[in-house]
Design a protein around this ligand. Structure first.
Ligand code: 5AD
Ligand code: SF4
Length: 400
């Protein structure tokens, strides 16, 4: 979502004829869009901010996003050269501020058609989150779930499609809980309506929450092949005790039912997940349950995060840093092994590949894919490809 917001701000400025500058030193404006989901992300933003001190004179520096929301104006005490602090809840304010600061007026707007043309693009469908996962700061810094109106989403995607977009990635903290109360349109209605746009070939979404899948979705998934066959489904832990403490709202059995249903609907489905290691009270036994779950479920990829406490007074680390590192490493090794096995299982199978550029693209199941001996492949088109090999996390195959 931060990437999407940053792109929007960038495109806004480019549309007024401003130029993107590679080095901070030569820039007049620097916008730092921040994450605070883990302390490490915030530390990185602050250290970058610190590095600007020497070159900050006569520059407008914007500190925006989730870390800005968490830290607020007081961050200016430490870094007085920040011009504006804009938190994630009010990030839209940046447009008005930029308009005023830079004297932007509509007659300066240039044709941005070529700037925006890409094969794959994001579409934010809701902001914020109504869940209360105990480890997570997102509801605090982004607020309650706020859907983008249904018609606005469809209109935006139609425009993107006309501009050359063929794969749309719907974004929301719990993307599949989407409901536009005004029109009573839900996530499933969005999928159906977007599928009617001819130019859109693949619809992906990030991240669904396991509790919001239902039979209506599985029915549609079975028959609608525009819906991505790569589903990112965050599990977080394989231990029911920890899942309960995390307030995730499901047990490991319930999670597995969703996975089974997805694979029953389409056995080519590839499923990825997020795992937090070392959450408060995670014992060796709980950790082993997570290992067992990822072995059993066989995720194509697992994003493994070391638990980072985000609240002062609750849910602190209960294992040493050394133990945390160790569990993280053990998990990573296991994940890599399974991911590799699953990639090799794709050899000999036929995959649909959306071409991003030249002979490179992405399979509908979410793998990077290179086409061997290709001639005249058209960017944005889908090819059926027989997979022959795996190298460097990429599938290699021939168009058939
Ligand atoms: N510590 C570590 N990882 C976290 N995540 C969210 N909050 C934390 C935290 N406090 C992870 C979850 C989520 C992903 C985006 O970030 O796994 O799915
Ligand atoms: Fe955070 Fe996702 Fe849980 Fe919402 S559903 S509180 S964003 S982890």
């Amino acid at each position: 979502m931060n990437e999407d917001d940053s792109n929007s701000i960038k495109n806004f400025l480019l549309s007024y004829g401003l130029k993107e500058e590679e080095s901070e030193k030569n820039s007049d404006i620097i916008i730092i869009n921040t994450c605070t989901v883990r302390q490490h992300a915030e530390d990185k933003a602050l250290s970058f901010l610190g590095s600007l001190k020497k070159i900050s004179t006569n520059k407008k520096i914007f500190f925006i996003g989730c870390a800005a929301e968490r830290l607020g104006e007081k961050i200016k005490n430490k870094f007085p050269y920040i011009s504006y602090v804009i938190g994630a809840k009010s990030y839209q304010k940046i447009y008005e501020i930029l308009r005023n600061e830079l004297y932007l007026s509509d007659h300066l707007i240039q044709n941005t058609f070529s700037l925006n043309s890409k094969i794959s693009d994001y579409q934010t469908i809701s902001r914020g989150c109504n869940m209360k996962c105990s480890y997570c700061i997102v509801p605090d810094v982004r607020g309650m779930e706020l859907p983008v109106p249904f018609e606005k989403i469809i209109g935006d995607i139609k425009k993107k499609a006309k501009n050359g977009v063929r794969e749309i990635i719907l974004l929301g903290q719990t993307v599949n809980s989407y409901i536009d109360k005004q029109s009573s349109k839900k996530f499933i209605d969005l999928l159906k309506e977007i599928s009617k746009i001819d130019e859109i070939k693949i619809i992906r979404f990030l991240s669904p929450h396991p509790v919001f899948f239902n039979d209506e979705f599985f029915e549609e998934y079975k028959k609608n092949h525009k819906i991505s066959r790569w589903i990112h489904l965050p599990l977080q832990s394989g231990s029911d005790k920890i899942l309960k403490k995390m307030r995730r709202g499901y047990t490991i059995e319930k999670f597995k039912k969703v996975v089974d249903e997805l694979r029953r609907s389409d056995p080519t489905t590839s499923i990825t997940t997020d795992i937090i290691v070392g959450y408060t009270d995670e014992t060796e036994e709980d950790f082993n349950l997570t290992l067992a779950a990822i072995r059993e479920i066989k995720f194509s990829m697992v994003y493994c995060f070391k638990y980072s406490p985000r609240f002062k007074d609750k849910d602190q680390l209960t294992i040493t840093n050394k133990e945390l590192e160790k569990r993280h490493q053990v998990l990573l090794n296991e994940v890599k092994k399974i991911a590799k096995e699953l990639m090799y299982e794709r050899i000999g199978k036929t995959e649909e590949v959306l071409i991003y550029s030249k002979n490179k693209g992405i399979t509908i199941s979410g793998y990077n894919c290179c086409i061997i001996d290709c001639k005249n492949m058209k960017e944005g088109d889908i090819y059926k490809v027989k997979i022959e090999n795996v190298k460097n996390n990429t599938l290699y195959g021939r168009a058939i």
